[in-house]
Design a protein around this ligand. Structure first.
Ligand SMILES: Cc1cc2nc3c(=O)[nH]c(=O)nc-3n(C[C@H](O)[C@H](O)[C@H](O)COP(=O)(O)O)c2cc1C
Length: 214
């Protein structure tokens, strides 16, 4: 049975869309993998984490998209992990990734997936593929709605493909891009309203959100 580590880079840890997607994927794998989720956003002891991670056959990076790229904590993790991997001459770990973003289009995550792919090649590890998922906040806020319902079904179907890869049943090697089945015209005002209320909770106004930081 394959040992799979999920490396979650969201600062929201267990409350993240990343963790929600991980749980759904593990459920789909239906006890056909041994898995563990690692949260890296507050990591202090990199060395002991790396020692554990290299014991797994497969690593799945599960992360939000930040400014068309990756959270800084994940970049830091990757820089240190690269040194560790090169130093120990490890090359047999298979790497997958799930990047989710706030915009509706899963394709927004393509640069972030390329960053993880390039990192994998630089470490001489085995890049497999990733999934770019849109509508991340919608997914996090609709956890009670099963993944198989029509609106979320495209995500379910791509997670099934990834679960087959993790179990070892298929040889898919192309990135997948997917989003919930929602009309953009409905999604955009909903998303704007959501981010405004999130800003308000953090004592920020609409004007603050539109400010350009030099
Ligand atoms: C600092 C920051 C930058 C972000 N940048 C983007 C972005 O460039 N494009 C996008 O679609 N969403 C962006 N988002 C939205 C997140 O990717 C989205 O909310 C995601 O669902 C969070 O996932 P998580 O719960 O796993 O952390 C950003 C969010 C934050 C906090």
């Amino acid at each position: 049975m394959n040992n799979v580590a999920f490396v979650n880079a969201s600062p929201r840890n267990k409350n993240s869309t990343s963790s929600y997607l991980t749980k759904e994927l593990i459920n789909i794998c239906n006890n056909n993998i041994h898995s563990k989720e690692f949260f890296i956003s507050n990591i202090k002891d990199y060395e002991s984490l790396f020692k554990k991670l290299v014991l797994f056959d497969k690593l799945v990076f599960v992360t939000p998209l930040y400014v068309d790229s990756l959270p800084s904590e994940l970049i830091e993790f990757m820089l240190r992990f690269e040194n560790y991997i090169m130093d120990k001459n490890i090359n047999n770990i298979h790497i997958y990734a799930i990047v989710n973003c706030g915009f509706l289009e899963g394709h927004q995550n393509h640069i972030a997936l390329d960053i993880i792919k390039n990192f994998t090649h630089k470490c001489n590890l085995q890049w497999c593929y990733g999934i770019g998922i849109g509508g991340g906040e919608f997914l996090r806020n609709s956890k009670s709605m099963p993944l198989r319902v029509l609106v979320k079904k495209p995500i379910y179907e791509d997670l099934v493909i990834l679960s087959d890869s993790l179990i070892g049943n298929n040889k898919h090697f192309e990135n997948l891009f997917v989003n919930p089945k929602l009309f953009r015209t409905l999604f955009i005002p909903m998303a704007n309203q959501f981010w405004l209320s999130e800003a308000k909770k953090n004592k920020l106004s609409k004007k603050d959100l539109l400010k350009i930081y030099e």
